[in-house]
Write a protein that binds this ligand. Sequence first.
Ligand code: NAP
Length: 331
Amino acid sequence: MSASRLMRAVRVTEFGAPSVLKLSRDVSVPQPGSKQVRQVLIRVHACGVNPVETYIRAGTYARKPPLPFILGSDVAGVVETVGEGVTAVKAGDRVFTTATESGGYAEFTVAPDDSVHKLPDALDFTQGAAVGIPYFTAVRALVHKAHVKAGETVLIHGASGGVGVAACQLARAMGLTVLGTAGTPDGMELVLKNGAHQAFNHREEGYTDKIMKATEGKGVDVIVEMLSNVNLSKDLQMVAQGGRITVVGARGPIEINPRDTMSKESSIIGVALFFATSEEKKESAALLYSGMEAGWLRPVVGSKYPLDKVAQAHHDIIESPGAAGKIVLTM
Ligand code: NAP
């Protein structure tokens, strides 16, 4: 393949509002190198849009990549070519990724081979693009951080989006009693269809009382929290004796009373997918792969946007009137 082959890609050349996402038609197709990292070149069919990409684009995230850059870690597509030393996948394989090196908002991307996984036939490319960050975060929160056990009760606080749907499906498959929240009736319906035993509306006055009632006043053993800056204080009230609250999403500060943790010896645990070790990543991939084979792992794709509407996708994921699964870009 010639190094001058060109592709369409969305490059960020300055930090700022969604409008900084510009579609270019003359970006060079990346090549799988023969460096220390074994690389795979993938023809991208779909790429997941995650909230973290909006923070990186805005320049407000802890990690600021050097400009210009292409966002996107969760692609699904077909292997075009493989670099030196790659044996796990070959040209023509359907795959999804959990990381890329050259960026996924593009027609082609290069990814390290340990982040490339075969995509089972049961999942289409848009579903494949919904696996990476959402499902690996769900495993990190529930398994690696909260150490959930079958028979426990979990509240997925914000269950209608990418991570929430993944967490509901995983928790249900692991034998937990699953309570989930959404902000609209349609979102609640979606949550119930994806593993939750009961759904609640987090925009409704008094919904936390209903959750407590559903646990007969005992509270929930584990909370997976998507909007901690709004809910952490409420979570401390809803958690059971010895319960664990995993902080997955937080978009600002909140005041809590630390005494609330003492009265129940509850724990607040931060979650950052970024810190997953290679051992944990392998374990997560194995668990999720078994879910794809068994059929409990079925990503729900909400809105699909063509690559040239990426700015709209970035706007909508943050200003959503109500999530309905995962937002993905299609090439
Ligand atoms: P998403 O698809 O945009 O979903 C957002 C979810 O938050 C929806 O279910 C939404 O429900 C819910 N929500 C809105 N208002 C809420 C409220 N008052 N209380 C509870 N939930 C509320 O985003 P995502 O991909 O699932 O990610 C969720 C959060 O986790 C984001 O902040 C993201 O940055 C973060 N995250 C962190 C990590 C990590 O490693 N720590 C990894 C992945 C994601 P409705 O729209 O139905 O109201």
